[in-house]
Design a protein around this ligand. Structure first.
Ligand SMILES: Nc1nc2c(ncn2[C@@H]2O[C@H](COP(=O)(O)OP(=O)(O)OP(=O)(O)O)[C@@H](O)[C@H]2O)c(=O)[nH]1
Ligand SMILES: [Mg+2]
Length: 248
């Protein structure tokens, strides 16, 4: 399976090179696409240098910071224009261990979306404050309650999609900007009838750089989730015929 990992960056100069090099080491023929929103700290220039040094590293420069959702829409769209079968997402701050990419891609053998999950048995969060943990696990409980999505960690940004999922769920009509993007993608994937599987990961609080989470992002996720819950359905469409065909 030809795989790529899309890595959105905004001011991640301190960790980007390690994240990219460990990704290349993790999976044999993996490509990496960095999507940088003109980070003022020089992340984009570092991405260009990595691109020049490594044939499997690619860069997409965007004119300004417009949120995680638009960055991923551009990056996932870039991957769809090329021949990748497995399209992954990963943060650049080393909260996700790039070595886990191998398990994410391998698990696509039996799934259409694989989510690296902090909240299934074996999953862990290291060095988060009780307040941050409560926000994340409470947010996930709220999503399950409102939408019926049977996923323990729907906000996780460490995942792998089969190509067919991204072509079928209507990427261009996903309008969430912040972390709601991850929720919307998981929900659309499940509602369309694709197979969603979680595998345990250890998530480690970033030790360098600054978090981009803010109240606007949290409020967007709360309001959009309520809207999706009201809009329904609370059940999947059934096993997706195209996903079975792709699996054979
Ligand atoms: N291109 C782009 N990347 C972004 C944007 N916002 C966040 N990112 C990247 O998305 C990834 C996740 O963002 P983080 O700030 O680490 O969010 P988080 O992991 O939920 O929060 P922390 O645990 O506090 O770090 C990181 O690689 C960020 O650099 C954005 O507006 N544009
Ligand atoms: Mg982070």
């Amino acid at each position: 399976m030809q795989a790529i990992v899309v890595v959105p960056t905004y001011n991640e100069r301190a960790t980007l090179e390690r994240a990219v090099m460990r990704s290349l080491d993790a999976v044999g023929d993996l490509d990496v696409l960095i999507v940088d929103d003109s980070s003022p700290d020089g992340t984009g220039e570092l991405a260009d240098a990595l691109c020049r040094a490594h044939a499997r590293v690619h860069v997409l420069h965007r004119p300004g910071k417009s949120g995680l959702g638009p960055a991923y829409r551009a990056g996932l769209g870039w991957a769809l224009e090329r021949d990748y079968d497995a399209i992954c997402e990963m943060d650049a701050d080393l909260s996700h261990d790039p070595a886990d990419l191998a398990r994410l891609v391998a698990a696509l053998e039996g799934a259409d979306l694989v989510i690296g999950s902090r909240y299934v048995p074996g999953g862990r969060v290291v060095d988060w404050s009780p307040h941050r943990l409560a926000l994340s696990s409470g947010g996930n409980r709220y999503v399950r309650l409102m939408t019926g999505l049977p996923v323990a960690d729907a906000t996780s940004g460490f995942r792998a999609f089969r190509r067919v999922v991204l072509t079928e769920v209507g990427l261009a009509t996903v309008h969430s900007d912040g972390y709601a993007f991850q929720l919307e993608m998981a929900l659309r994937t499940w509602r369309t009838g694709f197979r969603v599987v979680e595998i345990p990961i250890t998530f480690t609080e970033r030790s360098e750089g600054a978090s981009k989470i803010n109240w606007r992002i949290i409020i967007e996720a709360v309001l959009r989730t309520a809207h999706w819950g009201l809009e329904g359905p609370r059940r999947p469409a059934g096993v997706h015929a195209r996903s079975i065909a792709a699996h054979r």
